[in-house]
Write a protein that binds this ligand. Structure first.
Ligand code: FAD
Length: 404
């Protein structure tokens, strides 16, 4: 086949591929530091479709969750028009009807609005936005884009892969993207109306029967609207069952969720993939770097990736500017995000691995309950990614007894 490639288009300091939270924040930061930035996204409309539970911890919780991350107040202050609910507690619903409720404040944003807001902020800082532009290859000069059926190459001194989980650009840049199905969760979610809920409470549900390898959730978006979803990891699923079977089972049979969702009707279906094996071993390549889900910077124990995308995006934009304006090696990005977030993400991965051992069967989980391990104090440590002597002891015991 003979593909016609338009002559080399304009050249930029930075081309950012993907206008999610990671890409838009990178673009905003790099532009505000004086770089010429192009932010491209394959979607016709930035933020659409969204595939997210839409929950973001409050600033106060982020300070506890990522104590080394700097200047969080500038990142965790979404405008009022993007916030559709505020939550105060998270209820953990474990197998056998065991419930633990913890205070944990957060906001539920309308991601379609929030992502567009972040992209607009990048544009206001000077970035050029290009929706409906799909990156199809990383080239020696920059990026090859497909737009309106035409191929067009744009040149860049640095390319940022912010194109989400299993990033094409990160793979083409030679970064070590995981390929094992254990390393990914898939989320399937309906936005629903007529949900019987307390809008201040997030509900999370654990157990092999409903969400093998991860968890299910109901995240309130207002009085009677919620995102109800299940997460699964393929190697933990029973043969013959698909993710929609687990979702149906959750909605129809979970003792508590089925009550809350008895009259609920879907207004949207959202499906997506989430990296849950921790950050890539390397997030910087030759004249390129990866950020957000593309870099595996999601919090592995819960699959939340918006907060980390914002934090790492700002660091990425700063590091690219340092590199192009001051000659600082691009690798500074890697050092800096690891300094600010590395421990949180590493601890969270250890928690996820403990969860893998505990939740792979309800019998195992019941043993943990009998050992007195399932209480508010422990759950809070898991949520805040804190590993202390008691958690280390639990981890050691789990690995010794169940980790064979
Ligand atoms: C069902 C589900 C529920 C979730 N719930 C939550 C939650 O409640 N809270 C939370 O914090 N996280 C949640 N997450 C995770 C969260 O959505 C991601 O971690 C977050 O969106 C990562 O941001 P990002 O900018 O790295 O990537 P993304 O938001 O995935 O953005 C990537 C962008 O790149 C674009 N793109 C992809 N390929 C190309 C290409 N080739 N060319 C051009 N553009 C391209 C896409 O269109 C997209 O806009 C959830 C994920 C799923 C799947």
């Amino acid at each position: 086949m003979n593909l016609h490639v338009e002559p080399l288009g304009e050249s930029y300091d930075v081309v950012v591929v993907g206008a999610g939270p990671a890409g838009s924040t990178t673009a905003r930061e790099a532009s505000s530091r004086g770089l010429k930035v192009l932010l491209v996204d394959r979607s016709l409309e930035i933020g659409v479709p969204d595939k997210c539970g839409e929950f973001i911890p409050s600033l106060e919780e982020m300070r506890r969750l990522a104590p080394k991350a700097e200047n969080l107040e500038a990142l965790f202050d979404p405008p009022g028009w993007c916030i559709i609910n505020r939550t105060r507690r998270v209820n953990f619903n474990f197998p056998g009807g065991v419930e633990v409720s913890i205070p944990f404040k957060g906001v539920v944003v309308e991601r379609k609005l929030y992502d567009k807001y972040l992209a607009m902020e990048a544009a206001r800082a000077g970035a050029e936005l290009m929706p409906n532009a799909k990156a199809v290859a990383l080239t020696p000069n920059g990026v090859l884009l497909r737009r309106f059926g035409q191929l067009q190459e744009v040149s860049a001194r640095v390319v940022v892969a912010a194109d989400g989980a299993y990033s094409l650009i990160a793979r083409m840049g030679g970064l070590p993207i995981p390929r094992d199905p254990y390393d990914y969760a898939v989320g399937y979610q309906h936005e629903m109306v007529d949900v019987e809920q307390d809008p201040a409470n997030i509900e999370m549900y654990f157990g092999e029967r409903y969400a093998p390898g991860t968890y299910a959730w109901i995240i309130p978006k207002g009085r009677d609207v919620a995102n109800a979803g299940v997460g699964v990891r393929a190697p933990y699923m029973r043969e013959g069952l698909g993710i929609r079977d687990y979702f149906r089972r959750f909605v129809e049979q979970h003792p508590k969720a089925s009550e809350m969702l008895r009259a609920a009707r879907a207004t949207a279906v959202k499906v997506g993939c989430i990296p849950v094996s921790g950050p890539l071993k390397e997030t910087c390549g030759e004249r390129m770097l990866a950020v957000g889900d593309a870099a595996g910077q999601t919090i592995p124990s819960v699959g939340g990736g918006v907060p980390t995308a914002l934090i790492c995006g700002r660091i990425a934009g700063w590091a690219v500017a340092q590199h192009l304006l001051e000659g600082v090696p691009l690798r500074r990005y890697e050092e800096e995000w690891r300094r600010q977030l590395g421990e949180t993400l590493e601890n969270s991965l250890r928690m996820r691995r403990m969860g893998d051992l505990l939740f792979s069967s309800d019998r195992r989980f019941n043993l943990a309950v009998k050992m007195g391990w399932v209480d508010e104090e422990t759950v809070m440590k898991v949520v805040l990614c804190r590993i202390d002597a008691k958690m280390r002891l639990m981890e050691g015991t789990l690995l010794r007894v169940l980790g064979r």
